[in-house]
Design a protein around this ligand. Structure first.
Ligand SMILES: [Zn+2]
Ligand SMILES: [Zn+2]
Length: 337
């Protein structure tokens, strides 16, 4: 079968690889569409510290079940599913604490193990989520779940104003999840198009931090206190610091982004503000179920969120142009049909 193999940073080729060998505990899936996100772009550029090469990318997946499992009506052959791309070992402290999303030995599809930019993949049935959604929508489930999980980690309530740095797929998930809890949302980005999309996804307020003074605007929007919850979904030193600096006293800071360099802080603020500083990684099954419900309700701006769909043959070129011009695309999807 065909696959897009990333031999080393910047070098992706369409290659023929062996068909997967089915087992009793896995389900054979025909891949239909794969979403590419910032972490795939980082892998392509050699900037993702978690990835090893050669690697087949792809962790945002819509697929069709090939074989009929028989026992369970919802997982019949022909059923469209999205997948949870994570693994959990069951033994580490995260797994033992009921937080398998942060498994110490997690292997995400397309990062620590080969992913979905190929014709067929095998996954355990508990990683499959059937849903009444289009192929594009199924691919958007995973990035949105990461935002949903961060909102749970931040214990967001209807009394909170939530500031979100970064309006990519994950940031939009934060907006949707905060809305579902009736919180107020302020989106911060450097790209007006992304801010427009955030508004379509339900953000009440937006700030373009290259054109407006961030600190002053946040104070205006929050009665002089700063946001109750600050959620960082970019991964730069400046935005890591800004979250701590701008959040209200006794507020909560949630980090989703992976910073690519060490970040230095005025740690006095941690103590003085008595902050809860929280990491948020991947997502739990409940997050997948919540996002599927959200998308099934047809309130999310799917078409505006996806800027380009290409066939597998053009995926390497698409990654190259994205890498050359990162602000030109919102989300790229690869169609395998
Ligand atoms: Zn992703
Ligand atoms: Zn584990």
């Amino acid at each position: 079968m065909r696959a897009l193999v990333l031999r080393k940073p910047g070098q992706a080729y369409l290659e023929t690889i062996a068909d997967p060998a089915t087992t009793d505990t896995t389900v054979l899936l025909r891949v239909r569409m794969v979403g590419l996100c910032g972490s795939d772009l980082n892998s392509f550029r050699g900037l993702n510290p978690l990835v090893t090469y050669p690697r087949i990318l792809g962790h945002e997946v819509s697929a069709t079940i090939v074989e009929d499992l028989g026992r369970e009506a919802v997982l019949r052959g022909g059923t469209n599913v999205t997948v949870s791309p994570y693994t959990n070992c069951g033994q580490c402290s995260s797994c033992l604490r009921g937080r398998p999303n942060a498994c110490q030995f997690n292997q995400t599809l397309g990062v620590q193990r080969d992913g979905a930019l190929t014709e067929f993949i095998l996954l355990p049935r508990e990683k499959l989520y059937p849903a009444n959604l289009t192929l594009k929508e199924l691919c958007l489930v995973e990035p949105l779940t990461v935002g949903f999980h961060a909102v749970t980690r931040g214990r967001v309530t209807a009394n909170d104003t939530v500031a979100i740095w970064g309006c990519g797929g994950v940031g939009l998930g934060v907006v949707a999840a905060a809305n579902s809890r009736h919180a107020r949302t302020i989106c911060i980005d450097v790209d007006d198009e992304k801010l427009d999309l955030a508004r379509m996804a339900g953000a009440q307020l937006t700030i373009n931090s290259t054109q407006e003074p961030l600190h002053e605007r946040l104070l205006e929007m929050t009665g002089g206190r700063g946001p109750d919850v600050a959620i960082e979904a970019i991964g730069t030193a400046a935005t890591f610091r800004a979250a701590v600096e701008e959040v209200a006293f006794t507020g909560r800071v949630v980090y989703i982004g992976y910073a690519k360099e060490p970040v230095s802080y005025e740690t006095r603020l941690f103590v003085q503000k008595e902050l809860d500083i929280i990491g948020s990684r991947n997502a739990l099954p409940a997050d997948f179920e919540a996002v599927i419900k959200l998308l099934e309700a047809q309130t999310f701006p799917i078409d505006q969120a996806v800027s380009l769909v290409v066939p597998l043959e053009q995926a390497a070129d698409a990654l190259r142009s994205w890498s050359d011009n990162p602000s030109r695309f919102r989300k790229i999807m690869v169609s395998m049909d």
